[in-house]
Write a protein that binds this ligand. Sequence first.
Ligand SMILES: [Zn+2]
Length: 231
Amino acid sequence: MIRALLTIDDLASGNTPALLDYLKEKGITPLLFAIGKAVEENYEEAKYAVSSGLILGNHSYSHPFFSQLTMDEAVREIESCEAVLDELYRDCNTERKYRPFRFPYGDKGGDNKAALQAYLREKGFDKVDDRQLVYPWWDEKGYRKDIDTYWSFDIEEYRIREGSGFTLESVMEKIHDPAPEEGAAMLAEGNRHIILFHAHDDTDKMVPRYYEKIIGHLLESGVEFIPPTFM
Ligand SMILES: [Zn+2]
């Protein structure tokens, strides 16, 4: 059995409702991470996500590289997104039970890494349950202790862009790679995953309904999706 938590970054987008409808139809409960600014720009789509009962975590306000920010700037990025999400949940009359966080680009803040982890812990951000992930590198890189939500497999579908040379076929090749450079093999029997995926209208333009093709392929390959749980 291969089990995976599907995490989807960069909400909200124009394709958010169609993407979430597809996942619901397939019985998949993803964990979502929102960019504050993108929520403001696609507010109805963000409301759709919360009203669907899904958890919308914090992915910063403007999606910067955190290693390029001062600690004050980093905290402002996180707090501004928190304010947007608090208001969104209030608007949806929905209690905000969990507050997971993901760094844009997985950039944990460089020199401020330890201070940011302490900040996230102190502010009560929720750590995704990663006890099923038993890769040695997960511990070696410190992910076991970190509060933010990293991943064990990056689908990289965001690289499908005009002129990038990276295509849907490249994504499929990576999914079947038995020894990827980073992370764990997607389809190795017994593996547990936190999958990184995105809600991007630009990807939809390149490959219409890319999520059906990619997630559908994972389902056909025997991946069982599990809902998010927290420590
Ligand atoms: Zn992102």
